[in-house]
Design a protein around this ligand. Structure first.
Ligand code: C2E
Ligand code: MG
Ligand code: MG
Length: 725
């Protein structure tokens, strides 16, 4: 009974066991519990009698299990294995088995197999294994170094880390992380910085220096975080990236940048200096250009606009006047007798005078007006925005007034007066040149009217100008065809009561106007230069006539010939005189040249040279019209002249004007003191002769004795004794 119950109990155990239980004998299945049958997809009954091989996937596996299990079982040991087994339907499952021989000494007694379907566990384990393998692969092949640190000791690391730090495989395990730092300070510093964040579970990342196994230092970026499951321990996973190259590149870049910045700075400084220099140069150039422009457009002496600028300004003024319906006045101003001042007192005085005159004119006009100097003593004033000619009158009067006050120039108290000609736009012309020409013409009329006044242009003035040109033309012709004649006026010396010489005076036998006095054409000749051929003819003719007279047996007397300023200054004058004397066979002592004060004072040194040469030749020299010019006594004494001809203006008023008498008396005394002869011109009465005699003047010329006569009549005077008062 008890045996039966045991059997029942065993059966119950077998049927309810949570593992598969199989009993085999001689490689055949003898019995399987329900779970085992279910595991293999059979019924318990079906399994009975099957060969063991049926449950294995292949003969090889079956054999190998047999080979492995055999010795263990024979030794009474349990045999354990885990392997794939085959179900009835051919599918496999993972099976963990353990076997034990019923009686190790008798294998044929059979074997008990305990089987467990561990497919699910196996698969999970497989997955974990795969995942681990993958992780390991990633770990091993990562491009960054990774290490697992426990208590500052490397417990795990990948190949890359070893490479980075120059260690061989496995060499780093157990290494203190201190070894990876270049210094204790660096080690402590990192620890201090990383500890708290990592403890808090944050990711800590920084770049710092690191040391290779060979001691070489390099740069790494490290990122650390707390290892999972580290619990209370301070285990950290560190990831290392070698950033040396990047750091070096950055460093190089920074140095390059610094260098570049330094260079830029230097270059900028250079540029600043260059720029400043350039600015300076530009400034200087602009200034130079302005100076050049100023010089090109202004008169050097007075600083007034010159002709060029004047034209611009006038054009502007005219254009504006046309738009605004205004008038413009053009004023031509010439200083009376300025030349004599210049000649007598010298250029520095003349220059100073011009400057002061310029200043006064400028002060007399409005700011919109332009005062310009054309050269010499000629000024032009543009008067803008005139309502009518009256406005111009006011300005002209103002200028005359302002110049009336004496000017002190280099110690000389001088009085200058202007002659002003005015033309008005649009009345007297629409164009600048026309207006200037007309103002010029008007100015000449102001001079002709006795100077120190102003004249408006009038069309008849141009007619006179036209007459001037016609006269010039005719005079040229007259020279060619011989319409000029010489008249001779005797000169007497009372003490000898005889003619002592003749003055040759030119006349023009004009085909229409009759005999024309020199006053009407000599100025034209002087102005146009015709005076040179004319003068040469006069000189030659006078010498020829004198020779004819000598040949006719008349006494040898000197002939006087007038030289105009231009003639006196002409080049080759001395040579010309010498030639003509030779041509006519006349001795030099029979020729007297009359020169005005103005001629002599123009350029004193040159005049002195000419006079000396002529005098050295033996030619006599007389100063004509003496007393009305500006002779400097200082120069006078140096000139080798023989005679002063007292101007007839002093003689004509003798007896009426005490001033003139005093002048004549003074001239005679002066001449005596300088050892010069005097001759009074224009003597018309015996009273004048008496007065002149009383002053000690004994030489005369004038209509009282004889008017100038043609040669044929003059020669009669050689014989007839002179009329004596
Ligand atoms: P000048 O050399 O002073 O000549 C004297 C002028 O006084 C002459 O005038 C003469 O006719 C004039 N005259 C002489 N006696 C009397 C008188 O009693 N009463 C008045 N009222 N006048 C008298 P003319 O011939 O008309 O000459 C005028 C000026 O023309 C001359 O002044 C001289 O400067 C210039 N001239 C004359 N002939 C020549 C010449 O051949 N060459 C140059 N360059 N100038 C000349
Ligand atoms: Mg004369
Ligand atoms: Mg004279």
């Amino acid at each position: 009974m008890e045996g039966n119950s045991t059997l029942l109990e065993l059966r119950a155990i077998l049927e309810n066991a949570t593992v598969g239980i199989l009993f085999s004998k001689n490689r055949h299945l003898v019995r399987a519990n329900p779970l085992c049958a279910q595991m293999f997809g059979y019924t318990a009954e079906e399994m009975v009698g099957l060969t063991g091989r049926t449950l294995y996937p292949s003969d090889e596996i079956y054999e190998s299990v047999g080979r492995e299990a055999g010795p263990a079982l024979a030794a009474g040991q349990p045999f354990r294995a885990e392997l794939d087994m085959v179900r009835k339907d051919g599918s496999c499952f993972r099976c963990r088995l353990s076997a034990k021989a019923v009686n190790p000494l008798r294998p044929q007694a059979g074997t008990i197999w305990i089987m467990e379907d561990v497919t699910a566990d196996y698969q999970t384990e497989q997955l974990v294994r795969n995942a681990l393998a993958e992780h390991q692969m990633i770990f091993d092949n990562a491009a960054v170094g990774i290490m697992y640190v426990e208590d500052r000791m490397v417990v795990r690391c990948n190949r890359k880390l070893e490479e980075i730090f120059g260690y061989g495989t496995g060499e780093m395990l157990g290494l203190s992380t201190r070894q990876l730092h270049p210094s204790q300070e660096s080690f402590d510093d990192l620890g201090n910085r990383a500890r708290d964040p990592i403890r808090r579970g944050e990711v800590f990342s920084t770049e710092c220096g690191a040391r290779r196994k060979d001691g070489r230092c390099f740069w790494v970026r490290i990122t650390g975080h707390r290892a999972p499951h580290a619990g209370e321990r301070f285990d950290v996973v560190w990831i290392f990236e070698d950033v040396t190259q990047r750091r070096e590149a950055e460093e190089a870049l920074r140095r390059a940048k610094d260098e570049l910045e330094q260079r830029v700075l230097e270059r900028t400084n250079e540029l600043t200096v260059t720029n400043q220099q350039l600015q300076k140069e530009i400034f200087e150039r602009v200034q130079a250009e302005q100076r050049i422009w100023h010089v090109a457009h202004h008169d050097a002496l007075t600083g007034l606009p010159n002709r060029t600028l004047l034209h611009d300004r006038l054009e502007q003024a005219l254009a504006q006047a046309l738009r605004d319906n205004h008038r413009v006045g053009v004023m031509f101003l010439d200083l009376d007798r300025f030349k004599s001042i210049n000649d007598t007192l010298g250029h520095p005085v003349g220059d100073e005078l011009l400057k002061q005159v310029a200043g006064r004119i400028e002060a007399a006009v409005r700011a919109v007006d332009t005062v310009s100097r054309l050269g010499g003593d000629e000024f032009i004033v543009i008067l803008r925005e005139l309502a009518g000619p009256d406005d111009a009158v006011l300005v002209a009067e103002k200028i005359v007034q302002t110049l009336a006050m004496p000017i002190n120039a280099v110690g000389h108290e001088l009085c200058v007066t202007p002659s002003i000609g005015i033309s008005i736009f649009p009345d007297d012309g629409l164009e600048a040149l026309q207006l200037m020409k007309n103002a010029d013409t008007a100015m000449y009329h102001a001079k002709a009217r006795g100077r120190n006044n102003f004249q408006f242009f009038a069309p008849r003035m141009n007619e006179e100008a036209t007459r001037f040109f016609r006269l010039e033309h005719q005079l040229r012709h007259a020279l060619d065809v011989g319409e000029l004649v010489l008249h001779y006026q005797p000169q007497l010396r009372i003490t000898e009561t005889a003619v002592c010489g003749f003055e040759a005076l030119v006349r023009w036998q004009h085909p229409e106007s009759g005999l024309m006095p020199p006053a009407e054409f000599v100025p034209v000749a002087e102005e146009t230069g015709l005076i040179l051929p004319l003068g040469e003819w006069v000189l030659g003719e006078a010498l020829r006539q004198n020779r004819l007279w000598q040949e006719a047996g008349y006494p040898q007397l000197p002939v006087s010939v007038n030289l105009s300023p231009r003639q006196f200054r002409q080049r080759g004058l001395v040579e010309l005189v010498r030639c003509l004397l030779e041509d006519t066979g006349q001795p030099a002592r029979l020729l007297e040249l009359e020169i005005t004060e103005t001629s002599l004072m123009h350029d004193v040194d040159e005049a002195l040279d000419t006079l000396r040469e002529l005098s050295a030749m033996g030619v006599r020299l007389a100063i004509d019209d003496f007393g009305i010019g500006y002779s400097s006594l200082n120069h006078l004494k140096r000139f080798p002249v023989h005679r002063l001809k007292i101007d007839r203006s002093f003689v004509s008023d003798l007896g009426e004007d005490w001033g003139d008498a005093a002048i004549v008396s003074a001239i005679v005394s002066l001449a005596r003191a300088l050892n010069l002869e005097t001759l009074a011109e224009g003597v018309e009465s015996s009273a004048q002769v008496q007065t002149l005699l009383s002053y000690g003047c004994t030489r005369f010329q004038g209509n009282y004795f004889s008017v100038p006569l043609p040669a044929s009549e003059a020669e009669l005077l050689f014989r007839s004794p002179a009329k004596v008062a």
